[in-house]
Write a protein that binds this ligand. Structure first.
Ligand SMILES: [Zn+2]
Length: 178
């Protein structure tokens, strides 16, 4: 069976992968590798993720949400989408992932489109307040950190390099998204 659909994604600037009915990645477009090199590093490039489930890369607290979405897209063969954050220490970025079944196949394309981005303005100097050795929780979605006061704040240093032992959670704002 041909892969005519490849040409649809090959020149797209949207980070795209195509997965089979078992959620295993069978294709990544060039934009995927460009993004991986700029953000996550070599470990996320296509040669390392092909053959693996796309769900392997999703934090545990968000997995049920994406499993449900994928089941809907792949099982019922309809397009679904979901917004999510992909923040870096300097940029807040909101993306939308569209799960699009490919006609005539049992494959589904996962297309990530940037909705908007803007420079980070909020900041907490260093890790002040969160380095007391107490367990720290980071939101798996927006990457804000929960302080002992119960407040969730933006700590660029933790986004750059999460402290060992940090646990993943969902802040109240992001919980509402799911
Ligand atoms: Zn959050």
């Amino acid at each position: 069976m041909g892969r005519e659909w490849e040409s649809r994604f090959e020149h797209s600037g949207n980070v795209t992968c195509v997965v089979d009915a078992a959620a295993k990645i069978v294709y990544c477009n060039p934009a995927w590798d460009t993004f991986a090199r700029q953000n996550g590093g070599e470990r996320s490039t296509s040669q390392h993720v092909l053959g693996k489930s796309f769900l392997d890369h999703i934090p545990a607290v968000l997995k049920p949400h994406y499993e449900r979405l994928f089941k809907e897209a792949a099982g019922e063969r309809k397009m679904v989408s979901s917004g999510y954050d992909c923040n870096t220490p300097k940029l807040f970025r909101r993306y939308r992932v569209m799960m699009m079944p490919l006609a005539g196949t049992d494959l589904t394309a996962l297309v990530h489109a940037l909705q908007f981005e803007y420079p980070v303005t909020e900041s907490v100097s260093g890790a002040a307040g969160a380095e007391s050795g107490a367990s720290v929780s980071m939101c798996a979605q927006c990457r804000r950190v929960e302080f002992e006061s119960g407040e969730w704040r933006w700590v660029p240093d933790f986004v750059r390099l999460a402290p060992s032992g940090i646990s993943q959670g969902l802040c109240p704002a992001c919980e509402k998204l799911y």
